[in-house]
Design a protein around this ligand. Structure first.
Ligand code: IPM
Ligand code: MN
Length: 356
């Protein structure tokens, strides 16, 4: 039997409901794959503010570092929106990413054939799209100094070092080697020095990967190309803020942001979370889509634990529930046979994943 410990950060809004479904699925496949996963809960975001007076209590970082991986739901909500920046729930998440040095955020975008009509884009445009956004996560505009809000003036700094660009570029090229061997590096090198350094560095790293086709694209053009012809992309590598924006945009190829998982990885630690937020407006109603969270757990099995077969069980089970027409409310309008709750969706995926 293989044993793993997972730090569980439920967070705010729909976070707790979707995490519960991911655990349900993990427990179901553990039996089949002879795994023993033990969970250790930690507080982050709004719930941590309520219980501990800070968005990231020190023990959360300890628990996260002592576990083999971190599974994270979502944070934030209107209740904490008016707090100063360094006390907001989001600051907790950014500090956690930084503490774990998970510099590479992998956001795969898959279009499920069963949901081809769920996208607002034309089926012929999106059918067969399969891309991954590799977003730099611990640098750039989110973390650059100086920053500040001083009366009539406020400022942030977009800064990257060559080392930071090298390691994310290398990660993107390695991922592309296992896919269709194409990398699109997205920047704003026609305006920003930081993007010029980004581009030069990506070109240098490309020398080590002669089999990869590399192209550079300005971020404004990339935003347009993503909806014009998403099939042209394989691996998109970009900085923190551009990656944040482009991955939300790309999620609409799949029809619902409730479907897309992510993995944040570094040299040592791994943080697995859906790309969507805490959706406070629908929290506690049992209508949230747990698929992005469950698919994030599958990414954890694959990337962190090397448990490919267990991960495949989950991915196949997700395809099967969609094929059979089970839909949560966000995707209910599209070829639904039955509209199910968050928990029913989790149970179905757990059941199918263990039957496979
Ligand atoms: C994301 C989120 C976060 C980000 C927020 C909640 C800080 O939008 O994971 O994409 O901007 O990185
Ligand atoms: Mn985002």
């Amino acid at each position: 039997m293989k044993r793993y410990t997972v730090a569980l950060i439920k967070g705010d809004g729909i976070g707790p409901e979707i995490i519960d479904e991911a655990v349900k699925v993990l427990d179901a496949i553990s039996v089949k794959e002879d795994l023993e996963i033990t969970y250790k809960e930690a507080l982050l975001g709004g719930s941590a503010i309520e219980m501990k007076g800070t968005p990231i209590p020190p023990e959360t970082i300890e628990i996260a570092k002592s576990a083999d991986a971190v599974l994270f739901g979502a944070i934030g909500g209107p209740k904490w929106d008016d707090l100063p920046r360094d006390q907001r729930p989001e600051t907790g998440l950014l500090k956690l990413r930084k503490a774990l040095e998970v510099f590479a955020n992998l956001r795969p975008v898959r279009v499920y054939d069963e949901l081809i009509n769920a996208s607002t884009l034309k089926p012929e445009v999106i059918k067969g799209s399969d891309l991954i956004v590799v977003r730099e996560l611990t640098g750039g505009l989110y973390f650059g100094e100086p920053r500040g809000y001083e009366g009539e003036k406020a400022f942030n700094t977009m800064v990257y070092t060559k080392d930071e660009v090298r390691r994310i570029a290398k990660k993107a090229f390695e991922i592309a080697m296992k896919r269709n061997k194409k990398v699109t590096s997205v920047d704003k090198a026609n305006v920003l020095e930081v993007s010029q350094l980004w581009r030069d560095t990506v070109n240098e790293v490309a020398q080590e990967f002669p089999e990869i086709t590399l192209e550079h694209m300005y971020v404004d053009n990339a935003a347009m190309q993503l909806v014009r012809d998403p099939k042209q992309f394989d691996v998109i590598v970009t900085g923190n803020i551009f990656g944040d924006i482009l991955s939300d945009e790309a999620s609409m190829l799949s029809g619902s942001i409730g479907l897309l998982p992510s993995a944040s990885i570094g040299e040592k630690y791994g943080l697995y979370e859906p790309i969507h937020g805490s959706a406070p407006d629908i929290a506690g109603q049992g209508i949230a889509n747990p698929i992005a969270m469950i698919a994030s757990a599958a990414m954890m099995l694959k990337y962190q634990f090397g448990e490919e077969r267990a991960a495949n069980r989950i991915e196949e089970a997700i395809k099967k529930v969609l094929k059979e027409g089970y839909r949560t409310r966000d995707i209910a309008a599209f070829d639904a046979k039955e509209v199910v709750t968050t928990s029913e969706m989790g149970s179905l995926i757990a059941q199918y994943a263990s039957e496979l």
